[in-house]
Design a protein around this ligand. Structure first.
Ligand code: SAM
Ligand code: SF4
Ligand code: SF4
Length: 336
């Protein structure tokens, strides 16, 4: 049973957060100190996660991306991956990680049936890594990337968030790392999320500027492939290297957005920026049937009118309003 929202967008993909915790404290995502983590009893068990994923599948979801917080912190994650990989309706099972724990986990995750992996890495400089993430660990992430390659993930995606004046001088270094690691790099525009992150519009490096800078060094990047509902616009360089740009701020992609989000605490959100969610854990724990849960989710998706990134950008262009205005949510709770 495929459902469509108020703008005729299907529910096709699910970002599945398996924890709200993280072993990094990236400045653009999390406050330095945090004490209000979800208590263990509020976190969905593997059986509960799978029961809810089945409900999403009933409504048309065929792509699931495991995320967090940092998903590799979730104990026995390969067991959950195996449970999800056993569902034939999930034709694409992916995971986004900061890579710190990939050294030990890449192989078991691959063996459990994980299809694709994305590693977030914004800098190749030890001091900057520490400044951006407030933790040590660049060497560990690079080792994790290598472990993922050896485990057979191909191509690995590499997500690099660019911050003006902080790491935007590493565009070429990151592209060359991707080339040598056999990975596909995606530059991520800095999005305005979360009160604690001090987002400022002048820190965003917009897609147009990224492409212009790439062009200076490598020649004009040509659009590549069919984007569909994917957040990244992909480009190909004359030498064959393919990369992408996720322009969530300057050229949002709400029109084709088919992603729902389930938090580790069992809240469903139709948008990264949504302030109102739908609690699926309470009815699940109260014994609701799969059909009843599907009804709740269907109502929620049918009413979905979210186009927040586009609206924020339009407001900014029309009124010169600051993008930083309006309600904030925490990225690490919504899975990025
Ligand atoms: N911890 C994992 C990781 O970092 O890959 C998964 C969760 S993290 C929230 C997912 C993605 O969100 C990361 O690639 C991160 O760069 C991105 N992200 C976090 N804060 C962001 C922001 N303010 N703007 C754009 N992307 C952001
Ligand atoms: Fe953690 Fe990922 Fe957020 Fe960084 S971006 S703080 S690694 S959840
Ligand atoms: Fe989708 Fe909301 Fe992001 Fe737009 S702002 S692309 S609707 S998650």
């Amino acid at each position: 049973m495929a459902v469509r929202d108020a703008f005729d967008r299907p529910l096709g993909a699910l970002r599945l957060s398996v924890t709200d915790r993280c072993n990094l404290r990236c400045r653009y995502c999390m406050p330095a100190e945090r004490h209000d983590w979800l208590p263990r009893s509020e976190i969905l068990s593997f059986a509960e996660l799978c029961a809810l994923v089945d409900v999403f599948v009933r409504l048309g979801v065929g792509r699931v991306r495991i995320t967090g917080g940092e998903p590799l912190l979730r104990r026995d994650l390969p067991t959950l991956v195996a449970m999800l990989a056993a569902k034939p309706a999930i034709r694409d099972l992916a995971l986004t990680t900061n890579g710190l724990l990939l050294g030990a986990l890449a192989r078991p995750l691959r063996a459990a049936g994980l299809g694709r992996i994305t590693v977030s890495l914004d800098t190749l400089r030890v001091d900057r890594f520490e400044r951006l993430t407030r933790r040590d660990g660049l060497g560990q992430v690079l080792a994790g990337l290598e472990a993922a390659r050896k485990a057979g993930f191909s191509p690995i995606k590499l997500d690099a968030l660019l911050l003006r004046g902080i790491n935007d001088d590493e565009i070429f270094d990151l592209l060359e790392l991707a080339r040598s690691a056999g990975a596909e790099l995606r530059f991520i525009e800095y999005m305005d999320m979360g009160d604690a992150t001090g987002w400022r519009p002048e820190q965003v490096v917009p897609q147009a500027e990224i492409l212009a800078r790439v062009q200076e060094r490598y020649g004009a990047p040509l659009p590549f492939g069919d984007r569909g509902s994917a957040p990244a616009a992909r480009y190909r360089l004359g030498d064959g290297l393919v990369f992408g740009v996720v322009s969530g701020t300057s050229a949002p992609f709400c029109t084709a957005c088919d992603r729902g989000r389930l938090t580790a605490g069992g809240m469903f959100y139709g948008c990264l920026y949504a302030t109102q969610g739908t609690d699926l854990k309470a009815p699940l724990r109260a014994g609701a049937s799969a059909a009843e849960l599907a009804g709740i989710l269907q109502r929620s998706w049918t009413e979905r009118r979210d186009r927040s990134a586009e609206e924020r950008w339009r407001r900014q262009l029309a009124a010169g309003a600051e993008l930083g205005e309006g309600p904030r949510v925490e990225m690490h709770e919504r899975g990025g």
